[in-house]
Design a protein around this ligand. Structure first.
Ligand code: ATP
Ligand code: MG
Length: 443
């Protein structure tokens, strides 16, 4: 019993440490800045840079600073939960890719693919940097799939992609190096494939709902390639978008330019004049691949009748950073970023005022510790800066709730609590404050 108890204790302590993710702002090495860099044109990156979430190293390459990394990790957690719920299994594949696999699929040539980054091996030969993983995963799954009993399978990863994009002007929404969630489906029958395709489409809807951009995000019909009539893009309506979609908001139908002819539209129950042309951001897409890659890379299985058949595949992508940029773009106001609770780096911004008064400071420390022990994620502004600067930074950072701890709050036993998204101001007692944050989804 004893070793088990010890293991249990260590586990409990480590879970406690991991879950008490609060931070003192004075300890952050990043700082807010008043102006965005002059060469940064995109609103998402301007705000994220000013607030210290990201840093632009060069065009198309950004650092995710501690605050930005917390947001990305929350987005990734939501994506993982929804992918796991439909049978996804996570792995990580390498970024360095064998040219031979791509020769086999006909996609190694720069004429076929215009976004390649490639390099020479010192030992001889060429490698490519992953811009997608169909070839690599198909080759890998040959090790594990030989019978219909091995199917279906849904491996996915959240992993680096490199793309030599011609323009990188949309901040973190179009970069030359980025993480992508890419899931690949492997099915024995068309029915199996269609079932998963529909489940993944539903999961994407849940993901974008949970990210706070669901209302503006449309499952958009796009051309399907050789194996299916349609593929689907998840397009979020936004003026900052690089894409164009045609939408009927009442009917909830959206199509892209490839699907604008009358026959396609009538299949979808709309006419051209019912559709409105809108700018949009492609945050995700799902695609039936048929047997293109399994035939090219020799991924066959034996079906129930003992016949050898190529595996039916699909691919399903989401850009976590592009989603983050979209959230910023859609929800921000003139004062700064507005995070939904689901992805905010912290739920509460505890703004400590009158810190020069030791009694007030000690009392505020106590509030910080209690909230943290309760499991609330708190960013505590314990910095020695002017009140006006604290409030301006707080608006810019965009955490869902601001709690002001001041000399007056201490004396009156009441906190000013501001909801960032609505601007609603409440005056809560300490007990009311505990009760309020006890019901938050992050605890
Ligand atoms: P786009 O048409 O915008 O270039 P794509 O069709 O090339 O996108 P996919 O290859 O299907 O996109 O990638 C899947 C997802 O990865 C996209 O829906 C998007 O969210 C994200 N993504 C694609 N390219 C980039 C990029 N350069 N920077 C950041 N995210 C990206
Ligand atoms: Mg692209």
């Amino acid at each position: 019993m004893k070793p088990l108890t010890l293991v249990g204790l260590v586990y409990f302590i480590s879970v406690f440490i991991m879950s008490s993710k609060s931070l003192r702002q004075s300890q952050l090495f990043t700082k807010t800045r008043r102006e965005a860099p002059a060469d940064e044109l995109a609103k998402n990156a301007q705000l994220l840079i000013r607030a210290g979430y990201v840093y632009k190293n060069m065009a198309g390459a950004y650092t995710f600073l501690p605050l930005g990394l917390r947001v990305i990790e929350k987005i990734n957690t939501i994506i993982r939960q929804e992918m796991d719920a439909i049978g996804g299994q996570e792995l990580v594949m390498p970024s360095l890719q064998d040219s031979a696999l791509w020769e086999a699929s006909g996609r190694w040539s720069d004429d076929a693919v215009d976004v390649w980054f490639k390099s020479e091996l010192k030992a001889g030969g060429q490698v490519g940097f992953s811009w997608t993983h169909e070839e690599v995963i198909t080759d890998l799954m040959r090790q594990f799939i030989s019978s219909y009993k091995d199917l279906p399978k849904f491996p996915y990863q959240i992993q680096k992609k490199f793309r030599n994009e011609m323009r990188a002007k949309s901040g973190i929404m179009r970069t030359r190096e980025f993480d992508m969630k890419d899931l690949y489906s492997f099915s024995a029958t068309q029915e199996q494939h269609d079932t998963f395709y529909a489940a993944c489409s539903d999961a994407y809807k849940k993901i974008f709902d949970r990210l706070g951009i669901g209302q503006m995000t449309y499952k958009t019909f796009a051309s399907g390639g050789a194996f299916t009539k349609f593929s689907h893009e998840f397009q979020t309506l936004a003026e900052a978008g690089e894409d164009i979609v045609y939408v009927n908001e009442e009917k909830g139908v959206a199509v892209n330019e490839e699907v604008l002819d009358a026959a396609d539209l009538s299949e979808l129950g709309v006419t051209r004049d019912e559709l409105q042309k809108r700018k949009s951001i492609e945050v995700g897409n799902i695609f039936s691949l048929g047997t293109k890659f399994s035939e090219a890379l020799d991924l066959y299985f034996t079906n129930e009748n003992g016949e050898s058949k190529p595996v039916i595949m699909g691919s399903y992508g989401i850009g976590p950073a592009r989603s983050m940029g979209t959230i910023v773009d859609l929800l921000a106001d003139e004062k700064g970023i507005v995070w939904p609770e689901s992805v905010a780096p912290f739920l509460v911004h505890l703004v400590g005022l009158n810190g020069e008064d030791a009694a007030v400071r000690d009392w505020t420390e106590g509030i910080f510790n209690s909230l943290t022990e309760q499991g609330v994620e708190v960013l505590y502004d314990d910095r020695d800066v002017r009140t006006g600067e604290k409030f301006a930074d707080s608006d810019l950072l965009g955490l869902p709730y601001r709690v002001v701890a001041s000399k007056r709050a201490k004396e009156e036993g009441k906190f000013e609590v501001v909801t960032r998204a609505t601007g609603e101001v409440r005056s809560l007692t300490e007990d009311e404050l505990w009760a309020d944050f006890d019901t938050n989804p992050n605890t």
